[in-house]
Write a protein that binds this ligand. Structure first.
Ligand SMILES: [Zn+2]
Length: 93
C-alpha cells in the first residue's frame, strides 16, 4: 500500500487526519515554528498565522515556506507548542 509521506498513519494503516490550524488554535497556539533544514543554515522563525484560514493543515507550511536567509525550500514546521505551555502557565515563564 502506498502511503503519503506527508501524512501520519495509525497502527491499522489508516491515515490520521492532519492537524489543522483550527486544532492548533484550540490549544491557544497562534503561531508555527519554522526551521530551515539546509546544511549550515539553521535559520528558524516563528510565524503568526492569525490571518490564515482554520482549515489549512499545519504540515502544508513545509511546502509553502522558503527560508528567508538561504532561500532553501527544506523548511520544517510545527505548531509553536511553547506558546501553549506559556498559556497554560498563565503568565508565561
Ligand atoms: Zn536556510
Amino acid at each position: 500500500m502506498r502511503r503519503n509521506p506527508r501524512r501520519a498513519y495509525n497502527e491499522h494503516g489508516h491515515e490520521i487526519p492532519p492537524l489543522m490550524l483550527t486544532g492548533m488554535r484550540a490549544h491557544s497556539v497562534r503561531s508555527i515554528d519554522a526551521f530551515c533544514e539546509a546544511i549550515g543554515c539553521g535559520h528558524s522563525a516563528t510565524l503568526n498565522v492569525d490571518g490564515l484560514p482554520d482549515v489549512l493543515p499545519v504540515s502544508d507550511f513545509d511546502v509553502r515556506l522558503q527560508c528567508s536567509k538561504c532561500g532553501s525550500r527544506s523548511v520544517h514546521t510545527r505548531p509553536s507548542w511553547t506558546e501553549m505551555q506559556a498559556a497554560s502557565m498563565g503568565r508565561g515563564r
